[in-house]
Design a protein around this ligand. Structure first.
Ligand code: SAH
Length: 415
């Protein structure tokens, strides 16, 4: 597999800027690539040379997974900027002016953001347009303290391959004055937008999206292409935020599974079914399980859309579902698992062990919980047979890892 390890700074203009800024003038405080660096809390490593970021992450995974098999070199990005296909901005007021940006880490104070080095540039542009339109449409941004105002958040998702763009306007009230004019004006400025959704969030909550939605324009979802399959993505379903790295990650995960065409495969924490669908051609049958109802609906649609007949999806807690399968005496040959940052559970791992798969491919977005869960797997007769870190989130401290586990009693894994 070809490895892309960018030289410090890569080859794009911003990257060249990175080099220039980082050299700085002696004695002076070095200028950051981002004006809100350190206040937004998003890119802890932005002003660290890219090669150095990769080295740090490599060392961290090696130290956390010590004793759990070989850790392969981290896969970096060739162009580690503007990779995020999903952008969220919170709206508010400051000195009578509408502002949009991010919450300062751990607070509800808004740090205004105009341009972000890791977000999609088109999404940032649309957010600036929306902010600029508010005054003429007499739209007030929401005030968390008083509960007054209308616009709370804007969420944008963009299919990097298809070019489709979803704009979600999260509002505190369902009544949207001059809605049609607003939608028309926004589309006039950005004809590339393919769907606009109003999401109602009238609760005092830290969650961005509420439960009720109205499609104001277009089909209400976007499509994107990943590993040769087309996926429908709705506003509330999880979709990996860095599709360039995701393709490499999925390829590695499927390779690690060593499928021969006959296996019964589980895709646990499957989201919209991306891993299971990518693996389906090499498997006998695939069973996906996911807690989020919207994501499961998307997954079912995605299987049909890609004419995949050997896959089924279930809407359930992964631990409860696997326990049920194990109790029914079901077996699996391969289990893919891709839990959230908090990792998996003992219940889930115990049920996996009872189903006796030869291989478990653990896709993790948090090496700390991965290391914790590996210890539980070891007690159940599984051991680490290789870990591949991926830089899915350049400039941040986050690390993604694919980890292969094999059943100890079946001897050494040869791959
Ligand atoms: N494999 C998918 C999604 C990974 S994100 C992909 O690569 O895109 C993790 C997913 O786990 C999310 O979709 C989340 O909704 C789901 N999830 C969280 N807790 C869960 C649980 N207890 N049981 C099943 N799914 C869960």
């Amino acid at each position: 597999m070809e490895r892309h390890r960018a030289k410090a700074g890569g080859s794009r203009t911003e990257a060249a800027d990175n080099g220039r800024y980082l050299k700085g003038a002696k004695g002076k405080k070095e200028k950051s690539l981002c004006p809100v660096s350190g206040r937004c809390g998003g890119c802890q490593f932005l002003d660290t040379a890219y090669e150095e970021q990769l080295d740090k992450k490599q060392k961290q995974v090696e130290s956390l997974l010590k004793g759990h098999g070989k850790v392969y070199p981290i896969e970096g990005m060739e162009h580690p900027f503007h990779y995020r296909n999903k952008v969220h901005a919170v709206f508010g007021y400051r000195k009578g002016q509408a502002i949009s940006g991010v919450y300062r880490e751990g607070t509800h104070e808004i740090v205004p953001v105009d341009r972000c080095m890791i977000e999609d540039e088109k999404a940032d542009e649309i957010i600036r347009t929306i902010r600029g339109m508010l005054k003429s449409f007499k739209i007030r941004t929401y005030d968390e303290d008083t509960g007054f105002g209308f616009l709370r958040h804007v969420l944008i998702k963009r299919g990097f391959v298809t070019g489709e763009i979803m704009v979600v306007l999260v509002t505190a009230s369902p009544v949207f004055p001059s809605r049609n004019h607003f939608v028309k004006a926004l589309r006039q400025q950005h004809p590339e937008i393919t769907t606009i959704i109003q999401n109602l969030n009238d609760r005092a909550t830290t969650m961005v999206l509420g439960d009720r939605e109205k499609v104001l324009y277009g089909k209400g979802y976007i499509e994107d292409v990943l590993c040769g399959h087309t996926f429908c993505i709705s506003s509330r379903s999880f979709y990996q935020v860095n599709p360039v790295q995701t393709e490499k990650l999925y390829k590695r995960a499927v390779e690690a599974a060593g499928l021969t065409g006959k296996e019964t495969v589980i895709d646990a924490y499957c989201g919209i079914g991306t891993i299971g669908i990518t693996a389906s051609a090499g498997a006998g049958r695939v069973i996906g399980v996911e807690l989020n109802r919207d994501a499961v609906r998307d997954a079912v649609k995605n299987a049909k859309r890609n004419k995949i007949a050997n896959i089924q999806f279930y809407n359930n807690d992964a631990g409860a579902f696997m326990t049920g399968m194990a109790e029914d005496g079901e077996q699996a040959d391969v289990v893919f698992m891709d839990p959230p940052r908090s990792g998996s559970t003992e219940e889930f791992i115990e049920a996996v062990a009872a189903m006796r798969p030869g291989r478990v491919v653990y896709v993790s977005c948090n090496p700390q919980t991965l290391a914790r869960d590996l210890k539980v797997f070891e007690k159940k007769g599984y051991r680490g047979a290789g870990a591949w870190p991926f830089d899915m989130f350049p400039h941040t401290r986050e690390i993604e890892t694919v980890c292969l586990l094999t059943r100890s009693r079946e001897g050494k894994n040869k791959s």
